[in-house]
Design a protein around this ligand. Structure first.
Ligand code: GRF
Length: 216
């Protein structure tokens, strides 16, 4: 039987999405295997998950102001060496250089804590609260050269409740992240999801809007 496709998980921090992906691989929801966990931060909490779960991991430090293109080439070589077929960004807090992104067309996913295209970038929970918006959530999207701007695959939506704080919103959004990211990754691993000429295809049909998952 053919080996399930190997994918990489890039992290910078706590790694709760890494854990959600690893759990989904272990219980068979994702027909793939984690071929490598890469952190740019030696102290990332997510590395503890990788170690505990026996996942292959490595640290590729990226200093502020360092040559990102060179870092991208080094990362590429590591991924090729592990026969990685696609890459997932899971709380990876650095911007990948354009050449790296171009080398992984349709094979690079990110999860972002907002209903893109609203609130690209940082501090999304705060910005939703400040704007008094009724809905918030998270988006899994293909990575393009522009930050948080690639085509969306699936969104988790939740209503903002009276009295919500940045922390309470962050906690509920993360619950949704842990549902929608494994789902999107399972589609990619199973060959059900593709990006063709900038259009997302799922199960042989073009998506005109992201799939929506709602939390009460
Ligand atoms: C998540 O909220 C994700 O959307 C954002 O960074 C956070 C990472 O959390 N890109 P974790 O490290 O996976 O717990």
């Amino acid at each position: 039987m053919a080996e399930p496709p190997g994918f990489a998980v890039l992290i910078s921090g706590r790694g709760s999405n890494l854990l959600a992906l690893a759990t989904a691989v272990a219980d068979g929801r994702i027909p793939g295997r984690i071929a490598l966990v890469v952190s740019d931060q030696p102290e990332a909490g997510g590395l503890d998950h990788a170690r505990r779960l026996g996942l292959p991991w490595t640290v590729l430090p990226l200093a502020r102001g360092a040559d990102r293109a060179a870092w991208g080439r080094e990362l590429d070589a590591l991924l090729q060496g592990r026969a990685v077929e696609f890459v997932t960004l899971a709380g990876f807090m650095r911007i990948l250089d354009a050449d790296f992104v171009r080398r992984w067309p349709g094979r690079l996913l990110n999860i972002h804590p907002s209903l893109l295209p609203a609130h690209r970038g940082l501090h999304t929970h705060r910005r939703v609260l400040e704007a008094g918006e009724p809905w918030h959530g998270c988006t899994v999207h293909f990575v393009s050269e522009e930050l948080d701007a690639g085509p969306a695959v699936i969104q988790g939506r939740l209503p903002v409740r009276p009295g919500d704080s940045e922390e309470s919103l962050a906690a509920r959004v993360q619950l949704l992240e842990h549902i929608i990211y494994p789902r999107a990754v399972s589609w990619l691993a199973a060959g059900r999801l593709a990006l063709l000429d900038g259009v997302v295809w799922l199960d042989g049909r073009p998506l005109t809007a992201p799939v929506i998952e709602e939390l009460p």
